[in-house]
Design a binder for this molecule. Structure first.
Ligand code: N01
Length: 494
């Protein structure tokens, strides 16, 4: 569709978050004035962008879909990227959300107009105004490539795992992989079959446990299609199990040593070389960083055509990479598996609130919001997957649907009461975050002895949700109008 001149609700981003919200709004009112802008040429968000070999979800398929759009089409316990991408495209078509998306349209700036109570928005396709603005731009959508000295001198090929260069032939090449997180463990076992040699640069070893993956039999698909309640029951069971486990894990109780034993046994089974095993043994509590699931990552590192460097990466030369011992490794291609920028989202630089400061200026390196969704001083702005909504144990889709419920209720409240502006009270936001930070203090993410992307520049954990996901859902079940300053044309009321 074409970019309108004005819209009631503008959603930026057509991934799981933005599409889930749009579908929720349209379920209440199929004629709702809601438009999504998407910088890419298709919907799908992270599942459109991440196409590296072996890309799959490490959350079970049973949980990783919208509750309003169950699918029986999954091939494995852990779905593969192409099928999740296909699923999202199908949801876009089935729900009508796809018709509301302006593709190849990037947000450039959004400025709150206090006098008119609306957002002035500039995009790559022109300007528009919107009453409500939703940033559904993803926490893990902007690849991070560290600025290693000499990188610009490198004469070979470089790319990030999230922007895989499929034109580039890795056959016969010497490859350096930087980083050993959830992405690297998925693609390294795939590329070793093509490359001559792969050198993996590890900064911190990660705890790795087996991935209980299996292909789903056709009979299961038939059952789910005929008896949707059976699929619902499985989803509920997996959800309950994960909740119990996640809460126990994050609060560092008896479950963690048990997981650590599993991970150590996995390492012993897969890696025969004791020196390599030592390099791969973390010194922090399991769960502090995202636990990795893989049946072939550790085994792959023990191959003769794969080396693990744990002395760091100091610089890049014209045709290689220099490690912490000053040894140069000649390589043809460098693949960055160095993650994303969740605590420094670029979109925060584009949104200017009531005071004239951008969201990034207000956050100053340490994002915070009320219920992960609204920010004081930024009226009628809603964040999907905002601060402190990430999980270590369950499906982000559950959290996104909870936020969609809340935002939809807020939009309905505005309509019902004829409000022009809603701004969360600062004291409410501050109090809420005190509670979140207090709760996080007791979790493995804060006291597990690791450094992770959950901790921001100020040393605050501004990423993780500290407790049960159903607590989040109940907190966001209804829009709490009393915690917001509301404004009607010609009148201001607290
Ligand atoms: O990124 P990461 P990822 N010099 O940030 C290293 C989701 N995801 O793309 O551990 C040297 O986890 C860094 O080292 P260290 C999931 O939420 C989901 O792998 O910080 N190394 C680390 O090893 C996941 O958590 C799925 O010391 C540097 C690696 O790079 C998130 O995406 C699948 C460095 C980055 O690991 C990110 O995963 C894949 C530097 N300057 C991903 N900077 C699902 O299945 C960073 N590193 C749902």
């Amino acid at each position: 569709m074409k970019l309108p001149e004005h819209v009631e609700t503008l959603i930026v981003g057509a991934g799981f978050a933005g599409m889930g919200l749009a579908a929720r709004v349209l379920r209440d009112d199929p004629a709702a004035d809601v438009v999504l802008i998407e910088r890419a040429a298709d919907v799908g968000g992270t599942w459109r962008d991440n196409t590296y070999p072996g890309c799959a979800c490490d959350v079970p398929t049973a949980l990783y879909s919208y509750s309003f759009a169950p699918s029986a089409d999954w091939s494995h316990t852990f779905a593969r990227q192409p099928e999740i991408y296909a699923y999202l495209k199908k949801v876009a078509a089935d729900t009508g959300v796809g018709d509301r998306v302006v593709l190849n349209c990037e947000l450039e700036a959004a400025i709150w107009d206090e006098g008119m109570s609306l957002w002035h928005i500039q995009t790559s396709q022109g300007a528009l105004t919107a009453k409500a603005l939703v940033a559904a731009t993803g926490a893990l959508s902007t690849p991070k490539v560290p600025d290693f000295p000499g990188l610009d001198q490198f004469s070979g090929t470089t790319f990030h795992s999230a922007t895989w260069n499929h034109e580039h032939d890795l056959r016969g090449e010497r490859i350096a992989v930087i980083g050993t997180g959830a992405s690297a463990v998925q693609f390294v076992p795939e590329i070793v079959e093509e490359a001559t040699h792969v050198t993996v640069f590890q900064r911190t070893p990660a705890w790795v446990i087996p991935r209980a993956d299996r292909s789903l039999p056709p009979i299961q698909k038939a059952l789910y299609t005929k008896v949707p309640a059976a699929q619902k029951a499985v989803r509920g069971t997996v959800y309950g199990f994960r909740e119990a486990l996640g809460a126990a894990m994050s609060h560092a109780t008896w479950v963690l040593p048990a997981f650590e034993m599993v991970a150590k046994a996995h390492l012993r089974r897969q890696v025969k070389d004791p020196g390599l095993r030592r390099k791969l043994t973390p010194d922090f509590t399991i769960g502090c960083k995202r636990m990795l699931l893989s049946n072939d990552w550790l085994r792959t590192l023990d191959r003769a055509d794969v080396s693990l460097v744990d002395s760091g990466l100091v610089s890049v030369t014209e045709d290689g990479v220099v490690d912490g011992h000053g040894i140069e490794h000649k390589v043809d291609t460098i693949i960055f598996a160095t993650g994303f920028t969740p605590t420094e989202p670029p979109v925060a630089h584009l949104i200017t609130g009531r005071s004239g400061a951008t969201l990034a200026e207000q956050w100053n390196g340490s994002p915070s919001a009320y219920k992960g969704t609204t920010v004081s001083g930024f009226p009628n702005l809603f964040l999907m997957y905002g601060p402190n909504t990430n999980l270590g144990h369950s499906s982000i889709v559950y959290m996104l649907e909870s936020q969609a419920e809340y935002v939809n209720d807020a939009l309905n409240t505005m309509k019902r009461e004829g409000l022009d502006a809603l701004d969360v009270n600062e004291s409410v936001q501050v109090q809420y975050n005190k509670g979140i930070q207090h709760e996080l203090k007791r979790t493995v993410w804060n006291k597990g002895g690791c450094s992770s992307w959950y901790i921001d520049a100020e040393g605050r954990n501004s990423v993780q949700w500290p407790t049960f996901t159903f607590t989040f859902r109940s907190l966001l079940g209804n829009f709490d109008r009393e915690n917001y300053s509301a404004r009607k044309i010609e009148s201001v009321e607290a």
